[in-house]
Design a protein around this ligand. Structure first.
Ligand code: GLU
Length: 445
């Protein structure tokens, strides 16, 4: 029998100074502990110890030269967390906040998320404390080249397939892939999120945001409600927010906020024109990491240094970074009448915020379910690369939609409580866990 408190105390002792990893592990262990305790096969196999320990942690030094000719040193990582159900799969994050603990939490979450997609992908994550903000294109290229010169020996199209995450978009994937190809003389699907001319999948850039909206659509329909006319707040202004904003519009809802490290934009008319969507891409590509210019360009309001959760909305979609929505934000959203919270960033809400939403019976979707569309289309990119062909937009989008519907259905199956409330956190954790755990048992050790 596992006891939650003693298991977590041991895990914490074993992984000191990794608060985000412990936060992610607590949430999963809390959801699955009864399932594990009721199954002697899981108990005998020490499944909790095995599933919370990464298969492999790789760290390496990344040396590169900046535009002044000065040498710079960063740290690179790849956490190969679990490959029971398929090759390691997960993004690379370049952000100054990146530590071993951050990437361990992300790799751990990725394992369950990838399991939920129904595609055969294991979980991994990697990245660096490299800050892309203010860097020139050449500096980014030199950094990516050095990073891949170390990483290439640990990855491969059937071993480990990295992709993008915060700070790693099409440009970075291009430079990374270029260096891999130079060293290996190989055009394989070793990375996903590739450009459209060299093996990338249609809809991959939009996939995370589209997927989150498809998931939200399922949540709303399960309540005999509709997306039409809903007001939505979104945080962030990158790829994920961009996809979410576009799909919301198509579904008849209205997104009224985006945000950056500098503050948030409130556009009560709605971020619902091609011009506004294209401008989001421009803002991101500028590498300045600010949203304020949007306000001047479209006559919207800019609120400096604050988060968008103070704007009254029906639905909230955190799309930026972990722990971006805390208890105070949750209380504000609730008092302003929010009905649905769709965590689109990985662990975007603090534990206290999630508990508050659930206590108030607000429907809350965790990131590992709601944002799985990104990695799902990465999986579809791998399929297309293996078959050496390319699917149409409709084909990829249709499959993405179906995958998100399936994930939602799994959450309903495992997460519906006796009073009818759907605990999506519990649902996603149990459904994601069972498949990985059963496979681990079947494969032995
Ligand atoms: N970084 C994304 C995520 O958090 C995508 C990973 C991928 O496409 O491999 O799921």
């Amino acid at each position: 029998m596992y006891h939650y408190d003693s298991f977590m105390a041991e895990l914490e002792q074993k992984n000191p100074a990794q608060p985000e990893f412990i936060q992610a592990a607590k949430e999963v262990v809390e959801s699955i502990i009864d399932v594990v305790n009721e199954n002697p096969a899981y108990l005998n196999a020490k499944i909790l110890e095995r599933i919370t320990e990464p298969d492999r942690v790789i760290t390496f030094k990344v040396e590169w030269e900046d535009d002044n000719g000065d040498v710079q040193v960063n740290r690179g990582y790849r956490i190969q967390f679990n490959n029971a159900i398929g090759p390691y799969k997960g993004g690379l994050r370049f952000h100054p906040s990146v530590t071993l603990g951050t990437l361990k939490f992300l790799g751990f979450e990725q394992t369950f998320k990838n399991s939920l997609t129904t595609l055969p992908m294991g979980g991994a994550k990697g990245g660096s404390d490299f800050n892309t903000k203010g860097k020139s294109d050449n500096e980014i290229m030199r950094f990516c080249r050095s990073f891949m010169t170390e990483l290439y020996r640990y990855i491969g199209p059937s071993t480990d397939v990295p992709a993008g995450d915060i700070g790693v978009g099409a440009r970075e994937i291009g430079y990374l892939y270029g260096q891999y190809k130079r060293m290996m003389i190989e055009n394989t699907g070793v990375l996903t999120g590739k450009g459209q001319n060299w093996g990338g999948s249609l809809i991959r850039p939009e996939a995370t945001g589209f997927g989150a909206m498809y998931f939200a659509h399922e949540m709303v329909e399960a309540q005999q409600d509709t997306m039409k006319g809903k007001t939505i707040s979104v945080s962030g202004f990158g790829n994920v927010a961009w996809g979410a904003v576009m799909k919301a519009s198509e579904l008849g809802a209205k997104v009224v906020t985006i945000s950056g490290p500098d503050g948030y934009i409130h556009d009560p008319e709605g971020i619902d024109t091609q011009e506004k969507w294209d401008y989001m891409l421009e803002l991101r590509a500028s590498n300045n990491d600010v949203v304020e210019p949007y306000a001047k360009r479209f006559g919207a309001k800019f609120v400096k240094g604050r988060k968008p959760w103070e704007v009254p909305v029906d639905m909230a979609f955190p799309c930026a970074i972990q722990n971006e929505l805390d208890l105070q934000d949750a209380e504000l959203l609730i008092s302003n009448g929010v009905s649905y919270v769709v965590e689109t960033s990985n662990m975007g809400c603090t534990t206290e915020a999630v508990q508050k939403f659930q206590a108030q019976k607000i429907l809350f979707a965790p990131g590992k379910a709601a944002n799985a569309g990104g990695v799902a289309v990465s999986g579809l990119e791998m399929s297309q690369n293996s078959m050496k062909l390319r699917w149409s937009k409709e084909e990829v989008d249709g499959r993405l939609h179906e995958i998100m519907q399936n994930i939602h259905a799994s959450c309903i199956t495992e997460g519906t409580m006796p009073d009818g409330y759907v605990d999506y956190v519990r649902g996603a954790n149990i459904a994601g866990f069972k498949k990985v755990a059963d496979t681990m048992l079947q494969l032995g050790y």
